[in-house]
Structures are given as structure tokens and as C-alpha cells.
Design a protein around this ligand. Structure first.
Ligand code: GTP
Ligand code: MG
Length: 192
């Protein structure tokens, strides 16, 4: 998960997923610095009924230890802003794919973004968080794991229900991802 020597102790994690999944909310809950957001009026309210949507990125930071920090980037959910996905993918070593459980096609949305960010799984790590499960709409969380295993049998991706509004819950998810990435890095180092 570490970049060049000048970046020792720095991790870069992307939050990806369909519109309204809670990416901006998650970064605001986690960040210890003021979040840079690029919200604009939401012209797609038929898709997700909320006031604003991310058009370029969200950026925040959180310290893991005194010498390690995580740069958190949220990318826009709407495909027409997907140029930002490729720009940020280059820098990141981990991705948290969020999907709103109450969205019209949550399983399809998850699979689309897992596929899109799959190279980050190969280079680092990936975790899927199902949000808005408290609203009681949509498939049970176990169904997401099954759908992933069916579509991508070679991927071992943790799937969990997540509330992006809850900082403690989000920190736990972020640490799960980072431990996963570091473990895989160590295993690869031993194997090579
Ligand atoms: N009840 C409930 N609300 C949630 C939960 N997670 C997120 N939300 C709400 O759902 C909305 C998510 O909006 P955003 O955080 O803007 O979503 P986004 O993924 O950044 O969306 P785009 O930038 O438009 O792609 C916010 O109003 C959150 O407060 C959850 O677990 N439960
Ligand atoms: Mg957003």
C-alpha cells in the first residue's frame, strides 16, 4: 500500500460506488481535516433524490498512527464524471465500494463498480460496504457476497453492512481494508 520512498507511511484509498451510496458522507465522517468537496446541484433527482452530487472528487485525511496517514478520495457516482475514476485509480492501493441497499438495483450496481475498480483489488485491496440497510429495503447482505462469488469467483472481497454516517464504523471498515492490503503485500513479498 506504500508508494515511493517519499510517500512512506501514506496510504491512498478510494471510495467508489453508485450515486447516493454515501461516499461523500463516509469521507466527512472519517476525515480529521476539513473535507474538500465538489458538490453541485443534483440534476439527476429521478435517479437519487438528494440536493447535491459529487462532480469531481471528495478529499479528506485520517491518521492511523503518528507516522501514517490515509488520504481518502471519493469519486463521483455518475458515469459521466468517470474521467476522475481513472485519474485516482492510478494513485490508490485500496478501494471501498459502497452501494445503497435501497437503490433500484443494488447487486448490479455493486458488480459494476467491483468490475470497474478490479485492478485495485489486484494491486492492493477491496472491500464492499452495503449502506442504508437500516431502511429495511433490498436484499440481505449475504446475497451480495453470493452475487460477488458468482460473478467473480476468483475475488476474495469482504462484504459488510456499513453506515457511512458513523465515524467508528467507518474507521473499522478502513482498518479492515488496510490490514487486508498489508497482509497481501507481506504474503506477496514472502512468495517472491
Ligand atoms: N438512513 C441512512 N442514510 C444513509 C446511510 N448512508 C448514507 N445515508 C444518507 O444517504 C445520502 C448519501 O449521499 P452522499 O453521501 O452524497 O452519496 P454519494 O455516494 O457521495 O453520492 P454521489 O456523490 O452523488 O455519487 C446522505 O443523505 C446520507 O446521509 C445509512 O446507512 N442509513
Ligand atoms: Mg458524493
Amino acid at each position: 500500500m506504500r508508494g515511493s520512498a517519499s510517500e512512506v507511511g501514506e496510504h491512498v484509498v478510494i471510495f467508489a460506488g453508485p450515486m447516493g451510496a454515501g461516499k461523500t458522507t463516509a469521507i466527512r465522517a472519517l476525515s480529521e481535516v476539513e473535507v474538500v468537496s465538489t458538490e453541485a446541484a443534483n440534476s439527476d433527482r429521478a435517479v437519487v433524490d438528494k440536493e447535491t452530487t459529487t462532480v469531481a472528487l471528495d478529499y479528506g485525511e485520517i491518521g492511523l498512527t503518528d507516522s501514517e496517514k490515509v488520504r481518502l478520495y471519493g469519486v463521483p457516482g455518475q458515469r459521466r464524471f468517470s474521467f476522475m475514476w481513472s485519474i485516482l485509480k492510478e494513485r490508490a492501493r485500496g478501494v471501498i465500494v459502497l452501494v445503497a441497499g435501497d437503490s433500484p438495483d443494488p447487486l448490479g450496481g455493486m458488480l459494476e463498480f467491483v468490475d470497474e475498480f478490479r485492478d485495485l483489488y489486484e494491486r492492493g485491496g477491496m472491500l464492499v460496504g452495503v449502506t442504508r440497510t437500516d431502511l429495511g429495503v433490498g436484499p440481505p447482505v449475504a446475497r451480495y457476497g453470493e452475487a460477488l462469488a458468482e460473478a467473480f469467483p476468483s475475488l476474495a472481497v469482504p462484504v459488510m453492512a456499513l453506515d457511512p454516517r458513523d465515524p467508528a464504523h467507518m474507521r473499522m471498515a478502513l482498518m479492515t481494508l488496510i490490514v487486508n492490503v498489508e497482509t497481501r503485500e507481506r504474503l506477496q513479498a514472502v512468495a517472491s
